[in-house]
Design a protein around this ligand. Structure first.
Ligand code: ADQ
Length: 721
C-alpha cells in the first residue's frame, strides 16, 4: 500500500527542521560577527596606540633637543613622524598650550588647548574619537619640561576591514545555509522520485491488467500469458486432498486411470493444464504406488503429460481421522446448513493437524524458490497455510475454500475454531465463492481473534501479516472438452433413450451428484413424486434419471443417505411405475465426464436441488452442454450458482410443491423461451469461466507480490538511509 500522505508529512517535517537549522545558523553568524567585530576593533586600536606611543617615545629626545632651536628643524622631525600613511597629523605644543609646530591638516579637534589639560605625568594621554572622516586615535606625550607632542591616527581603515570581514562571513553563511537546505531536500526529492517511479511501474502493471481484464475473454492461452507476464512463468504448486487422476487396479489385473467426480478437480484440472507445475495430493488409487517414480511423482494427463502429481501417502488411521473424521464429519456439516450434526473428536483433530503438517512439508519440498506461488484447496487444509508460511515466509499462499463459510455463531460450536481461523490467516489471499461467505469469515475473525479488520481493502491483519479476503466465484472451463464430442444433442438423446428404454415421446429430467446429503437428492426425488401427484399427465411419460456417484461411503450419514435414496426410489417407482415405466432411474455409479455430458444433452430439464452449496458446477456444466440452446435448468436458491445463473428457474428445494411446479413449467416451456434463457446463461459462463476464476486470483497474487517487492525495497532503502 502506498501512502502519499505519509511521505508528504515526512517532507513537511524535514522542511521545518531545515528552516530551524537555517535560522539557528543565522543567529550564530550574527553573534559570531559581533564578537569578531568588537574583539578585532580592540586589537587594532591597542596595536595602533602602542605603535603611536613607541613612535612618540622614540622621537622625544630629538624633539627636546630641537625644541628651542630652528623651527625648520622641528618641522623636519614632525614630518618624519607624519610619514606613516595612517597618521593624520602631528602637533608640538608649548607648556602654555600654544602651538610650537604642526603638520598641515592637523585636525582642529585635537588642538593644543583641547588636549593640553589632559596630558599628565610621563604616560601622557590617549583616546579615540569620531571625526567627520571616521574614527581616529589621539596620543599625547610630554617632551621634557618644554611642552607635549600630539599624534592623531586614522582608524577608519579598521571599520573598512571589519565590513569586509562581515561580508565574507555573510557570504559563507549563505553558502552554508544553501548547502544545509539543498542537500537534504535533494536527497529527499531523489528518494521520492525513486518511489514515484516504483509506484508508477506498479500502477502501469495494474492498468495493463485492468485493460486486459476488461477487453478480453479468459481462456487457457490468456491464463498462460497472465502467468508468464505477471508471475514470470513461475511454477505453481497446488495442494488438494483429491488428486485429478487416480490409478486403479481392475478385477482383470489391468490398471485404469480414473478422473474423480469432484467439483474441485473439475475446476482446477484445466488450470493446471494451462499452467503446468506440481499438484500435491493424497495418493488414494489402489495402483497409485505402482505408477509413481522414486520421488512419488507421476506426469499427467495420460498422453499429454503437461504437469506432475506428487502423491502423499496416508496411513489408515490418518485417513480416518483427517479425511473421514474431522474434514467430513466435522467441517463439512459445520459449513453446510443441511441438518447433519457435526462430530468433533479430539483424535480426529490430532490427525487433521498431523496430516496438514505432512502436506505442508510436501508442498514446501516441491517449491523451487523461497517465494513460490502455492494454491491451497479446500477445507481439508485449514491449518496448512500457516504451516507453509512458517517454513516459507515469503511465499504467496492462495487458499480457496470450495464450500460455504458458516456464520460466526455456527462456527463457534467447533472446539478448534480459533486454530482454524489462525491457520487460514497464514494465507496471502483467502477466496470464497460469494461475498456472503467472505462477510461470515470477517464476522468470525472479529468475534474470536485479536486482529485488525481492514474493511476498506477487504483484509485481515494479524501479527503484522495481511490476508486479503475476496470472493472468486468458481466456474468450469469454456469451451468444455466434454461438450465437444462431435455427437449432436439429438444423437445423445437417442442414445440415452435407447439405454434407458424410453419411448420416443418421453420427457427426461436429469440430476448429477455425488451421493451427498447437502445435494438435496431426497428432496429432489420427493419433488418428482409431487409433480406426478399434482400433474397426472406426466405419469408414464416423465422419467427422472439420477446419476449418483457413491461418496464417503465409510461415513454412517452417507450410508444412511444411500439407503434412504434407494428406498425413496423404490417407493416412488412402486407408486407411479408400471410395466415398462419407472419414473425414477437411479444410476448409482461414477460416470466418466463424456457420459455425464451425454445425459445433460439428452434431458429436457436438469434439477439441481442442493440444500446448501458453495457454487455447484453441475448447474454450469448442464448449461455448457446445451449448445443446442434447449433444456431448462431448475436451480436451488441455496447454491452459489443461483447468483450468476439468474435465468434458471430458481426454487427453494424444501418447498416440494414449488419445486414440482417449476419442473412442470420447465417441461411446458416454449422452445423460444428455453433458447433465450439458455443463451443468456451461456453468455455468463463464457465470460465467467474457470480461467477467469484462476486468472483473477493469480492477478491479485501478482499485484500483491509486486506491492510487497516495492515495500521491501523501500524499507531496505530507508534502513540504509
Ligand atoms: P462438489 O460438492 O463436488 O464440489 P459440484 O460443484 O457440483 O460439487 O461438482 C461435482 C462435480 O462432480 C461435477 O463436475 C460433476 O460433473 C461431477 N459429478 C457429479 N456426480 C458425478 C457422477 N455420478 N459421476 C461422475 N461425475 C460426477 C465442491 C463444492 C461445490 C463447488 C465445487 C467447486 O461442494 O459447491 O462448486 O467444490 O468449488
Amino acid at each position: 500500500m502506498f501512502k502519499f500522505s505519509i511521505h508528504s508529512s515526512q517532507m513537511r517535517r524535514l522542511a521545518q527542521f531545515l528552516l530551524a537549522l537555517v535560522l539557528g545558523l543565522a543567529l550564530l553568524t550574527w553573534a559570531a560577527s559581533s564578537v569578531v567585530r568588537t574583539t578585532a576593533q580592540e586589537w587594532f586600536e591597542r596595536d595602533v596606540n602602542s605603535r603611536a606611543r613607541l613612535a612618540l617615545a622614540g622621537a622625544r629626545p630629538s624633539l627636546a633637543a630641537a625644541w628651542e632651536g630652528d623651527a625648520a628643524a622641528l618641522r623636519t622631525h614632525i614630518a618624519e613622524l607624519n610619514r606613516d600613511e595612517r597618521v593624520m597629523g602631528v602637533a608640538l605644543c608649548n607648556a602654555d598650550f600654544t602651538v610650537r609646530a604642526s603638520t598641515p591638516g592637523f585636525p582642529e579637534a585635537f588642538g593644543c588647548w583641547a588636549v593640553g589639560s589632559r596630558v599628565r605625568g610621563e604616560e601622557g594621554w590617549s583616546s579615540v574619537a569620531t571625526l567627520p572622516t571616521g574614527r581616529a586615535s589621539v596620543n599625547a606625550v610630554p617632551v621634557a619640561e618644554l611642552g607635549f607632542a600630539v599624534l592623531v591616527q586614522d582608524l577608519s581603515y579598521i571599520e573598512r576591514r571589519e565590513s569586509q570581514a562581515q561580508t565574507i562571513l555573510v557570504v559563507t553563511f549563505v553558502l552554508l545555509a544553501a548547502l544545509a537546505l539543498g542537500v537534504p531536500m535533494f536527497v529527499a526529492q531523489w528518494v521520492r522520485s525513486g518511489r514515484r517511479a516504483e509506484i508508477r511501474k506498479v500502477r502501469l502493471e495494474m492498468e495493463e491488467q485492468t485493460e486486459e481484464s476488461s477487453s478480453l475473454q479468459w481462456n487457457a492461452e490468456r491464463l498462460k500469458r497472465t502467468l508468464s507476464r505477471h508471475l514470470h512463468g513461475e511454477k505453481i504448486v497446488i495442494l488438494s486432498n483429491r488428486e485429478p487422476y487416480l490409478h486403479v487396479r481392475k478385477a482383470d489385473g489391468s490398471i485404469e486411470v480414473q478422473h474423480p467426480a469432484s467439483g474441485l478437480v473439475t475446476a482446477l484440472e484445466p488450470v493446471m493444464r494451462a499452467c503446468s507445475g506440481t499438484w500435491v495430493a493424497h495418493g488414494a488409487g489402489s495402483a497409485d504406488r505402482e505408477t509413481v517414480d522414486r520421488f512419488d511423482g507421476v506426469r499427467v494427463p495420460p498422453g499429454e503429460e503437461s504437469y506432475e502429481i506428487r502423491r502423499v501417502w496416508l496411513t489408515e488411521e490418518q485417513e480416518q481421522g483427517y479425511y473421514y473424521g474431522f474434514s467430513n464429519e466435522g467441517l463439512w456439516p459445520l459449513c453446510h446448513v443441511a441438518h447433519a450434526r457435526p462430530q468433533f473428536r479430539a483424535e480426529d483433530w490430532r490427525q487433521y493437524r498431523e496430516v496438514n503438517q505432512k502436506f505442508a512439508d510436501a508442498v514446501c519440498d516441491e517449491a523451487d524458490s523461497d517465494d513460490p506461488v502455492i494454491l491451497v484447496q479446500d477445507y481439508h487444509f485449514a491449518l496448512a497455510p500457516a504451516m507453509i508460511r512458517k517454513r516459507l515466509p515469503a511465499a504467496t499462499v492462495i487458499v480457496f475454500w470450495h464450500i460455504p463459510w458458516p456464520n460466526a455463531e455456527r462456527l463457534g460450536i467447533c472446539p478448534w475454531r480459533d486454530e482454524l481461523l489462525e491457520g487460514l490467516l497464514g494465507s496471502s489471499i483467502l477466496g470464497f465463492h460469494t461475498q456472503l461467505h467472505c462477510n461470515n469469515f470477517f464476522e468470525a475473525v472479529d468475534r474470536y481473534l485479536e486482529t485488525r479488520i481492514d474493511r476498506e481493502h477487504h483484509a485481515v491483519v494479524r501479527q503484522g501479516h495481511r490476508t486479503l479476503i475476496r470472493p472468486y466465484p468458481i466456474s468450469i472451463e469454456w469451451p468444455v472438452r466434454w461438450a465437444e464430442t462431435g455427437e449432436t444433442a439429438a444423437e445423445s438423446r437417442a442414445r440415452v433413450f435407447a439405454d434407458l428404454g424410453l419411448r420416443p415421446d418421453a420427457l427426461l429430467g436429469v440430476g448429477v451428484d455425488r451421493l451427498d446429503y447437502t445435494k438435496g437428492i431426497e428432496e429432489r426425488l420427493e419433488a418428482v413424486e409431487a409433480l406426478l401427484e399434482r400433474y397426472p399427465e406426466y405419469r408414464g411419460r416423465f422419467t427422472f434419471v439420477q446419476l449418483a456417484a457413491p461418496s464417503r461411503t465409510k461415513i454412517e450419514r452417507y450410508r444412511l443417505l444411500n439407503e434412504s435414496v434407494e428406498q425413496l426410489t423404490e417407493r416412488i417407482n412402486a407408486r407411479f411405475g408400471r410395466e415398462g415405466y419407472a419414473p425414477i432411474r437411479l444410476l448409482r455409479a461414477h460416470h466418466e465426464p463424456p457420459d455425464v455430458f451425454r445425459y445433460f444433452r439428452a434431458a429436457d430439464l436438469c434439477y439441481v436441488s442442493s440444500l446448501h452449496d458453495g457454487m455447484n458446477l453441475v448447474a454450469k456444466e448442464f448449461v455448457a452442454a446445451r449448445g443446442d440452446l434447449k433444456g431448462v435448468l431448475v436451480l436451488s436458491e441455496f447454491t452459489g450458482a443461483a447468483r450468476e445463473l439468474t435465468e434458471a428457474l430458481i426454487v427453494n428445494p424444501y418447498d416440494l410443491e414449488a419445486a414440482s411446479e417449476a419442473m412442470m413449467m420447465a417441461l411446458r416451456m416454449p422452445v423460444e423461451e428455453q433458447r433465450d434463457r439458455m443463451r443468456s446463461m451461456r453468455a455468463v459462463i463464457t465470460q465467467f469461466n474457470v480461467y477467469r476464476w484462476a486468472g483473477k486470483m493469480l492477478e491479485d497474487a501478482a499485484r500483491l507480490r509486486s506491492q510487497e517487492r516495492v515495500a521491501s525495497r523501500m524499507s531496505a532503502r530507508s534502513l540504509v538511509g
